[in-house]
Write a protein that binds this ligand. Structure first.
Ligand code: GLN
Length: 490
């Protein structure tokens, strides 16, 4: 006992705690030791709250000793630094919020605390969740645990790398255009983005409010179901959260795959997709078909418009959301400025990094008078066309299967000089984000020693179906023969 506790899944650790094989303090200590011994080489954490984690773990052990506890009770989890945590610095990966200590918890954090989860700390991310490689963090890069010369994906790169490197049992992330799914694919873990409205955004620092959603990064699909069950639900503090029942996402059903129709769209298997990734994903679809599902070709005709539409809508919303960081109520303060204009300009010049500035300029331009109809309104119309494509497809199929990312993890620095190449990392995740649909990335194999992810997309609020199919896929896929991880040689 003891040595490999950090490698457990949430559900295996919950079983171990329930059996009394180990305590939450022992489990939490194992993870904190793991973080101390490897995170200098990974960079997944911005803040580690070791003392708080150990006292939460001790409290969890005390609760368990005196009665029934929640299944998440005593399980150590990491939190993307985009979520407000009372009393714990929350920077959103930006200099702008350096030293910001929120006075309140995000609703999802409140749910986790109520469930008794232990918080290990805050994970690194691209600044304000804008990016696909985690290289836009104002603090440090994150390295991919499989190959330390490569990116973990982004913007939840710290959360994905922390899960993949066994520095936490599971983590929360956020996904606006792919920020949970793409890093999950690149790091070989499971990434779930729920339906827009399924999980409260209260306390999630806003990037693009019509797209942002909290998601989970876990070691398997059952863990995603377990964590979603804890964080989902209506919240009167988020007017876009939807009042619809939260199911028991863990309920096992042995319906199998016999009546299942899987949609496969040629638009996801063309330009930009690395052939080796395409063939792994085709094998994954074959696994579902061998298990009894039927494959149907569908057409998602407007797929290639998703990237340009997203890069009008998301920056437009970001430019409005980020206007609050001007040194008055939020952001750095510049006490030496001689007037208010100089102060605001100085704070924004210093506090934001170059990618965030690029998005603010793009968004302000797209919303400016005379351009609004040509850009923002047009992009919203394209968004409707994309949603209509999915609605039509779901009249014929139960779930849609695609690659999650067009390539495996790329080398650090390789896309930094070319923002469009960076944006193209998300071509497979953006359409479902624009349509607000629930999706999951599940590992489906390796290409040249690097993990590949397989994305499943379901109709709105059908997380139960999505998770059931993803779990069956995981079962039929079986254990994958994994190449050596570079993190293991540290
Ligand atoms: N990579 C995309 C972007 O930079 C998506 C980010 C996200 O989902 N937060 O906008």
């Amino acid at each position: 006992m003891g040595r490999d506790l950090h490698c457990l899944t949430l559900h295996a650790a919950a079983d171990g705690l329930a059996r009394g094989d180990f305590t939450s303090v022992e489990l939490t200590t194992a993870l904190l030791d793991r973080i101390s011994s490897i995170d200098a080489n990974i960079g997944a954490f911005l803040t580690v709250t070791a003392d708080a984690a150990l006292s939460q773990a001790a409290a969890a052990d005390a609760r368990r000793a005196t009665g029934e506890v929640n299944r998440l009770d005593g399980l150590p989890i990491a939190i993307k630094d985009v979520l407000s945590t009372a009393g714990v610095e929350t920077t959103c990966g930006s200099r702008m919020l350096q030293g910001f200590i929120p006075p309140y918890d995000a609703t999802v954090i409140r749910h986790l605390r109520t469930a008794g989860a232990v918080m290990l700390g805050k994970t690194n991310m691209d600044e304000f969740a804008m990016g696909s490689s985690n290289e836009y963090s104002a603090y440090k890069v994150v390295r991919n645990p499989w190959d330390l010369g490569r990116v973990p994906g982004g913007s939840s790169g710290g959360s994905a790398a922390a899960v993949a490197a066994d520095e936490c049992l599971a983590a929360l992330g956020s996904d606006t255009g792919g920020s949970v799914r793409q890093p999950a694919a690149l790091c070989g873990c499971v990434g779930l983005k729920p339906t827009y409205g399924r999980v409260s955004r209260y306390g999630l620092i806003a990037f693009a409010s019509s797209l942002d959603q909290v998601g989970t990064l876990t070691k398997d699909v059952s863990d995603a179901a377990m964590l979603l069950g804890a964080i989902a639900g209506h919240d009167s503090r988020d007017s876009t959260s939807v009042d619809t029942p939260v199911f028991n996402y863990l309920a096992d059903s042995d319906d199998g795959l016999h009546d299942l129709k899987i949609g496969v769209a040629p638009q996801y298997f063309g330009k930009g997709l690395a052939p080796s990734v395409g063939s792994k994903v085709r094998e994954a679809i074959g696994t579902l078909v061998d298990a009894g599902a039927t494959e149907r070709e569908i057409s998602l005709t407007h797929t290639e418009l998703a990237l340009p539409a997203y890069y009008v809508i998301a920056p437009s919303e970001a430019s409005a959301n980020l206007a609050r960081y001007n040194g008055v109520k939020y952001g750095l303060s510049d006490v030496n400025a001689s007037d208010v204009d100089e102060m605001m300009a100085g704070v924004r010049a210093e506090g934001f990094g170059s990618e965030v500035k690029r998005r603010i300029m793009l968004g302000a331009f797209a919303l400016s008078s005379g351009y609004y109809d040509a850009f923002y309104l047009r992009a919203q119309k394209v968004r409707t066309l994309i949603k209509d494509d999915f609605d039509a497809a779901f009249e014929q199929v139960d779930v849609i299967a695609t690659p999650t990312a067009p390539t495996p993890a790329f080398e650090l620095g390789s896309k930094l000089g070319d923002p469009v190449a960076m944006y193209q990392s998300d071509i497979m995740t953006l359409p479902a984000s624009l349509a607000g649909l629930p999706c999951i990335s599940v590992p489906c194999g390796f290409v040249e020693g690097l993990p590949v992810g397989f994305q499943l997309i379901a109709p709105a609020f059908e997380e139960e179906r999505l998770l059931r199919i993803a779990r069956l896929f995981e079962r039929f896929r079986g254990d994958m023969e994994a190449p050596a991880r570079e993190v293991d040689s540290l």
